[in-house]
Design a binder for this molecule. Sequence first.
Ligand code: UDP
Length: 346
Amino acid sequence: MKILLTGGAGYIGSVTTELLLDRKHEVTVFDNLERGHRAAVDPRAKLVTGDLRNKDEIRDAMKAAKPDAVMHFAAYALVGESMENPLLYFRNNLDGGVNLAEAMSAANVKRIIFSSTCATYGYPDKVPMTEDLPQRPVNPYGESKLQFEKVLMWCHQRIGFQPVFLRYFNACGATEKYGEDHLPETHLIPNVLKVALGKAEKVSVFGDDYETPDGTCIRDYIHIVDLAQAHILAIEGDATGAFNLGNGDGYSVKQVIDTARKITGKEIKAEMSPRRPGDPPRLIASAGKAKKVLGWKPKYADLETIIKHAWAWHQKHPDGYEVPQKPVLFVPHEAAHRRQVKKFRT
Ligand code: UDP
């Protein structure tokens, strides 16, 4: 198939591009390279540098690529940043999405696989989480993703779009070529591995007083290859609707750090810190629907393998894809912490 893939220079987009190309699909990556990396774009793909917020750029790219389907990864994805600057998120994730949908409609492209998130559920009423749980996001990031799901649902009902919403839990791990490199890095596993590499002195544990067995938050960590595989099943099949993608197993922050210590053989200093605003205590997927309808079979469900693969990639790329060019614009937790400190003093 011919696929136009937005955000192919990002973490999940780059690995999905690699796997699609391995299966002989033809991929055009559309990416503004603002937060992604040119080096993360598989050289077998065609790269169009453009921004979804620019209607003309995505319309022209869509016309030129004439894809059978779209995979939409390009978005801002930092919860903390979205709390600080919600409009940035609505402009990019929602408005950019509408521009993409318009370009699809103009080019008569109906099929879209959309990177959605478990953040659309907010604080879940129950775990494991099924797709029919109420969606009540607790941050603008989750809200922007939910709003775009709704846009696509209306496009489905009124103009024949065939959307799939893949609601990811915690993406992690790496392939031999592509891995996780964000600036700033806010995610747990790469932050832990940075300490193992000697690139950071310690990792902060955001809260150890949650109602969980060891007091730290529990998440469902899902290998990036398994995530990418779900996209391939979705694009090669004809299902529509929403699918949660996780392993159905939860690991606490402490368990992640302990596993990383075992895999890397490094001490990995950890320090208790205040809770991070907006963190639900426990997020675990029920992926029964994806397994049944898409035929999805995650291959790398255990945390040790996930961390082993991530560690191999980070050892090969200790500074990520390139030495950072851009200044660190925003460190969400530190910003929140600074505010707390300020409040306390005044
Ligand atoms: N976390 C942490 N220290 C870090 C980064 C994350 O304790 O340096 C915690 C975070 O509070 C959450 C879990 O690890 O409970 C997973 O966070 P991450 O940012 O990786 O993913 P999220 O669940 O927010 O999508």
